[in-house]
Design a protein around this ligand. Structure first.
Ligand code: ACM
Ligand code: ZN
Length: 546
């Protein structure tokens, strides 16, 4: 009797220990705001159904984000069922999505992963979409494959999650002017942004070295401005420059732009086009030299840097830019048009009779105020089209345009000044956010880069909200963004090397509550993410991995 009792006691103890030991891991980046581990797993099989509460297209896109991955990798034929009138009750083997209008943040979601079902609540499709990305990250990495993976148990660990982003603006900028990416590559990056819950793609479409968007009214932008005849070889030097004498370029047709924008919408990513003015305009001036102060001639640049030839603020220039913007606003449904505004030397304006007369006639103090006049005039036009402008922080010089949002890149000071003036701000300071900078101190082991040093831990430590702001001012900080300038980044594999995994670190800096961030813990979760990258065939950098 005693022995049996002891045996029973032992079994109970073992069961108890087993019950306490939760071997589940949660390799999610960005880390959810709240996650409570639970025991057990939910296993997807051929009969798992996704139930959605509404029949609208965004809701379908949210559910399809998971369904598409399942169909491509598992070989199952899972389906989506629409539950508009609530006839389908939560049941076994369902990913059951339920609208909860008390969840006011459109990107927030609550999810309960149980052994027999997954239940998701959100107030809008975006929230369901991010829940699906969380499930995607929790699934085995083979979920990323586009061919059927055999002998995989499609399990996700049980948990209860309450998640919402810290900032509404979570962005990446890609420069396609210095080096070009075709539309298919751009879509590939957008999918990877969505995987990390990044929701803005800032597309840098015009610069001195190339104009990359078809504008029907100005065909020479595609014929002339999109192509350069030479490209600097090696690092930037002041003497003995060598060039690759080869025609290089490309542009997106308006049809391709629409395709990318539509693709991004399915991934809950808003595309923000950047049309640079008044500087970084040499490629446009090569086709239309009459928009400059001197009349040219100009060639599309094959050298990097800042160039003196910029738009001259004359009527024909404004007519050109307004016509360009009129076509651009039709292609991009988002609220913002980025007008650049950075690095505009004033030398030509200082030596231009028209510019100097304008300064006098308009009663402007100096050429900074002329830049401010330029931006403000364009802002007025863009606002009249129902859009808002973003400009780099130089647009503060000479006075901010009344409704402008400032993208602070030369540190956070520009953003602080703008927020204090009551303007919205996106933080993207070079020292944390410039992914064209080296990611290792051992430069000899890295591909040639523009300079700088931004290792992953530095990106991770980025806090978009400066402590010096009051709560009211801090509300103007919409979020943060990383930038990838492409002077030295010619190929897609090199783009991937610079973006990943630093982009994962950014995602946590702009999504996860500050007090939940911990680099060591992030590095553990990143090991799971890297397996997904492997399955996606992403050429990520190992420079900051142990
Ligand atoms: C910039 O890096 N010139 C905005
Ligand atoms: Zn001029």
């Amino acid at each position: 009797m005693k022995r049996i009792f002891l045996f029973v006691m032992m079994c109970a103890t073992v069961a108890c220990v087993a019950a306490q030991t939760n071997t589940n891991t949660y390799h999610i980046v960005p880390k959810p705001a709240k996650l409570k581990p639970q025991q057990g797993q939910f296993v997807f099989d051929a009969d798992t159904r996704i139930i959605v509460p509404t029949d609208d297209i965004d809701m379908h896109h949210a559910a399809f984000a998971l369904l598409e991955r399942l169909l491509l990798s598992t070989g199952f034929s899972n389906t989506i069922a629409v539950n508009t009138n609530g006839d389908i009750k939560p049941g076994k083997n369902m990913v059951y999505c339920k609208l909860n209008t008390s969840i006011s943040n459109k990107e927030a979601y609550k999810m309960s992963i149980e052994k027999d079902r997954i239940e998701i609540e959100a107030g809008a499709p975006a929230g369901f979409f991010y829940a699906m990305q969380t499930i995607r990250q929790l699934l085995p990495p083979e979920i990323e494959r586009n061919v059927r993976a055999k002998d995989v148990t499609w399990a996700v660990p049980c948990a209860t999650i309450e998640d919402e982003p810290r900032y509404p603006y979570r962005g990446l900028m890609l420069d396609v002017c210095r080096h070009f990416s075709d539309a298919a590559s751009v879509k590939h990056y957008i999918d990877k942004l969505a995987f990390h819950k990044i929701n803005r793609f800032h597309w840098h479409l015009t610069d001195d070295q190339g104009w990359r968007i078809e504008i029907k009214k100005y065909p020479k932008l595609a014929e002339v401005s999109a192509w350069r005849d030479r490209t600097l070889i090696g690092p930037y030097v002041t003497t003995g420059r060598k060039y690759k004498q080869e025609r290089y370029g490309g542009f997106y047709t308006q049809e391709q732009i629409k395709e990318v924008v539509a693709y991004a919408k399915k991934k809950f990513v808003t595309v923000i086009p950047e049309i640079e003015m008044p500087g970084h305009a040499v490629a446009a001036l090569a086709a239309y030299p009459e928009l400059s102060c001197t009349g040219g001639p100009f060639e599309v640049e094959g050298l990097w840097g800042i160039f003196n030839d910029v738009y001259c603020p004359r009527d024909n220039t404004f007519e050109f830019l307004e016509n360009v913007i009129s076509e651009v606003v039709e292609l991009f449904p988002g609220e913002y048009i980025h007008i650049g505004g950075d690095e505009c030397p004033k030398l030509r304006w200082q030596n231009c009779h028209h510019c100097q007369t304008m300064i006098k006639e308009l009663g402007l103090k100096d050429d900074h105020e002329l830049q401010s006049y330029f931006v403000t005039r364009m802002e007025k036009f863009i606002n009249s089209k129902g859009k808002r402008i973003i400009g780099w922080d130089e647009i503060l010089e000479g006075g901010l345009a009344p409704n402008a949002t400032v993208m602070s890149w030369r540190g956070q000071e520009g953003g602080i000044a703008a927020a204090k003036q009551g303007h919205d701000v996106i933080m993207t300071p070079t020292s944390f956010c410039y992914l064209d900078y080296y990611q290792s101190e051992d430069r000899d082991r890295e591909p040639l880069s523009i300079g700088g040093y931004v290792p992953m831990e530095k990106v991770y430590s980025f806090d978009p909200t400066p402590e010096t702001l009051t709560d009211k001012e801090a509300r103007h900080i919409l979020g943060g963004q990383c930038n990838l300038w492409r002077e030295y980044i010619a190929t897609e594999t090199h783009v991937e090397y610079m973006l990943f995994p630093r982009l994962a670190a950014l995602s946590e800096a702009v999504w996860t509550p500050g007090n939940e961030k911990n680099y060591d813990n992030y590095m553990i979760r990143l090991t799971g993410i890297l397996k997904h990258y492997d399955a996606m065939n992403i050429n990520y950098s190992r420079s900051n991995l142990k």
